[in-house]
Design a binder for this molecule. Structure first.
Ligand code: S3P
Length: 449
């Protein structure tokens, strides 16, 4: 087993530890689960359409299941049918008031996008979440949605638990994003679907565009204009959504863990099938290639309106680089695993412009700096990024236990580091992994067999 379980007592609490150790090269063909961002949106838009939508390849992770439960509580019917999911929507403007609180678990995407939906419906909803989500800033969506007419009673610091009252009819706004965030963009656009008039979002820096792409698939006219380097996105409500069938491509964020693992474990040669390569999401692969990664893109095609390919990744010695901060929005979730690749590279990798990483499921700059140092890497933490002195291909010493702070991507990144370490890396909990990648451990076993 590459993951060895142990129970250790810290004071009165018992923690289940896992040690990820070297298992040799990663080989064969694997398929990662469906894209998390696309899965959330497929359920939400299906719930807003009148009639039946069918989704194949939906990610059945805890975050997406939290979205499904909330939409059911607001009137949609969502059921599994074989490998597919069927959504019978209620239509725009007719979401029901949920009876109880909507438990968002660990999921920022569920919370912020659903707040957008509720904002322009005449209903009241309470949002709750786990300890990680309850620390994350909601002011970034509260601000624009309040301007549209919704009212909020958040916890101190603009966090969950939070009660909100939507406004029907809401007021259309033109909103320039103060942070590069697809969640904020999507929250405003989703509120705009049931708002009479034109709702506009101005994006100074492009972020993932799954909302715009998929709304078009549901028959909504989404206008996108590029002007002076900015993207101006408009929807005119109220909109009718036409049900449709959606195929969710494999998640490039999940595939990145295996791409990095194969890149740093000598002798690896793996094919990851059906990986989404939307240009607003594929930054990690471009940066890995700049560092010297050996990645082949096989059979480029389209799945569900998104570019997709099978990726063949072979071990290669990487070199440290200065990562252009402009690429950050297209790989915002992949920095933790990029830091692992950097720790094994030859020379220094410098990252900057990453303040947003401090408000993800954990403060990913300090969590990864601490975790990599425990595993034997040379890391300097700066306000807006990490500077990592690579080992030049030598395995990291290993160690732990690493604190994952309820953050799935810290857990998986350090599991990958463990695969390329001398002694293994111990992780305080693998439970958070189920939020986005339920079969991660099985796929590690399969690829290392
Ligand atoms: C997401 C947007 C990103 C990303 C998150 C998913 C989305 O968050 O980190 O995992 O599906 O819109 P931000 O909008 O906060 O950058």
């Amino acid at each position: 087993m590459c993951a060895v379980k142990a129970r250790r007592s810290y004071g009165y609490a018992f923690v289940t530890l896992h040690r990820f150790t070297s298992k040799g090269p990663l080989t064969g063909r694997i398929r990662v689960p469906g894209d998390k961002s696309i899965s959330h949106r497929a359920l939400m838009f299906g719930a807003l359409a009148v009639g039946r939508s069918r989704i194949s390849g939906l990610l059945e992770g805890e975050d997406v299941l939290a979205t499904a439960a909330a939409l059911r509580a607001m009137g949609a019917s969502i059921e599994k049918d074989g490998d597919d999911w069927i959504v019978d929507g209620v239509g725009v403007g007719t979401l029901l008031q949920p009876d109880g609180a909507l438990d968002m678990g660990n999921s920022g995407t569920s919370t912020r996008l659903l707040m957008g939906l509720v904002a322009s419906h005449g209903i009241t909803a309470t949002f709750t979440g786990d300890a990680s989500l309850s620390k994350r800033p909601m002011g970034r969506v509260i601000d624009p949605l309040s301007t549209m007419g919704a009212s909020f009673s958040p916890s101190p610091g603009g966090t969950l638990p939070l009660v909100m009252e939507g406004m029907q009819p809401a007021v259309p706004i033109s909103y320039r994003l103060p942070v590069a965030s697809a969640q904020v963009k999507s929250a405003v656009l989703l509120a705009g679907l049931n708002t009479p008039g034109t709702t506009t979002v101005i994006e100074p820096v492009p972020t993932r565009d799954h909302t715009e792409r998929m709304l078009r698939g549901f028959g909504v006219e989404v206008q996108v204009e590029e002007k002076d380097g900015e993207r101006i996105i408009k929807v005119t409500g109220p909109c009718d959504l036409t049900p449709c069938d959606i195929t969710v491509p494999g998640d490039p964020s999940s595939a990145a863990f295996f791409a990095v693992a194969a890149s740093i474990v000598p002798g690896s040669d793996i094919v990851i099938e059906n990986v989404g390569l939307n240009p607003t999401r594929d930054g990690i692969y471009r940066v890995l290639e700049q560092m010297g990664a050996d990645i082949q893109y096989i059979d480029r095609r389209e799945v569900g309106g998104e570019p997709v390919a099978d990726l063949r990744v072979r071990h290669a010695q990487h070199k440290g680089i200065e990562v252009d901060p402009e690429i950050a929005p297209s790989m915002i979730d992949e920095f933790p695993v990029l830091f692992v690749a950097a720790a094994m590279a030859e020379g220094t990798t410098v990252t900057s412009g990453l303040e947003e990483l401090r408000v993800k499921e954990s403060d990913r700059l300090s969590a990864m700096a601490a975790a990599l140092k425990l595993a034997g890497a040379a890391v300097e933490e700066r306000d807006d990024g990490l500077v990592i002195q690579g080992s030049g291909g030598k395995p990291l010493a290993g160690g732990g236990p690493v604190t994952t702070h309820l953050d799935h991507r810290i857990a998986m990144s350090m599991a990958v580091a463990g695969l390329a370490s001398a002694e293994g890396v111990e992780i305080d909990s693998t439970e958070p992994i189920a939020t986005s990648f339920p079969n991660f451990m099985d796929l590690i076993e399969e690829a290392s067999a």
